[in-house]
Design a protein around this ligand. Sequence first.
Ligand code: PLP
Length: 399
Amino acid sequence: IPPRFSVVATAPPDSILGLNEAFAADTNPEKMNLSVGVYKDVSGQTPVLRCVKAAEQRLVDGEKTKGYLPIDGQADYRTHVRKLVFGDTIDASRIAVLQTPGGTGALRESAAFLSSQIPGARVWISNPTWANHQAIFASENVPYDSYRYLAADKKSFDVDGMIDDLTTKTRPGDAVLLHACCHNPTGVDPTAEQWNMIAALLSEKQLLPIIDFAYQGFGHGLDEDAVAIRAITNVCDEAIVCSSFSKNFGLYSERVGAVSVVSADSATSAAVQSQLKALVRSNYSNPPRHGAAIVATILDDADLTQMWHAELTEMRTRIRQLRSQFVETMKTTGAGHDFSFLLDQNGMFSFSGLNPMQVDELRQKYSIYIVGSGRINVAGMSEDRMDHLCKVVAAVIEG
Ligand code: PLP
């Protein structure tokens, strides 16, 4: 027989990671990467937070074993996740927390949980959404469809469209994937009142909320960004929250996240925890320790926690300042083009409104790298080269 793998076709490259490779190879000194999904500081680096370095030092000095973690993860880490995500609003015995390899691992375990425990459930996903969402649910054979999210102006939230789709298209028992804050890729979030409306609808239609919480602290603050979680768990007895410490602790490569499943009562919660563990056992057996130990070390220590809060505030503030600086500079150097809608959006990402042709021209002529949809990572902008950025954005808009 011919070599078996000769039938294997090449998979399409990841569109965003492909841009990174092209960026790395680009020799233009004016190049700027607004495509990646990681935070960048003023020097264009993705830094290791000072609190993380300090915690790692303690861990290295005090480490006594490399033995396995429990299947569902490190206990004190799981407690910290619960407190950060839910505060003291829900009885802890109703929440099953599983440490996972990043937010992606949390989403994947949620999809596996749905497909094994709630067969027939469909997931409704916002249009647009993070590029990996559909693929994750497809991998677990969970059917999905989309609900309207971004208004036709591509700048604001289509609240009526979303409510209409969830009211008229869903069946009781379906799941709805929501971005708790800093919607990726649009930066457009519901207001607190709109979250209350959405939560009431979820409850009324018996829809299961799956909340992707990848950016806690990047929008308005750790507590402020949990407004969706509070609104939903106030009225829904059941919910799944997929959280990640990739962004807010800058622990991207350490793969630190969690899935928290809220059940109606503690007996159910214990059964859920056991099923989550069973899923992990046959998948990756148990989670990696280092990243979770860093998070637990920081959150166990008042000084390190304070340091983390300050560093998180620094990241959030810098992103907001870049948004303002870009909008202001577009008014002058950028020939007066109005980008003030960026000020209402949250987190690292925004839809710039640039079309694929303009995005291509920015890359080919000016070495400014943006994803084809026009999504920009605001944190990739450079304070010092804002004039240049605004000049060339104006040039491609004017054609
Ligand atoms: N969910 C959203 C909306 C994201 O943007 C990301 C990362 O970009 C993730 C989940 C996954 O994050 P992690 O790197 O922790 O897997």
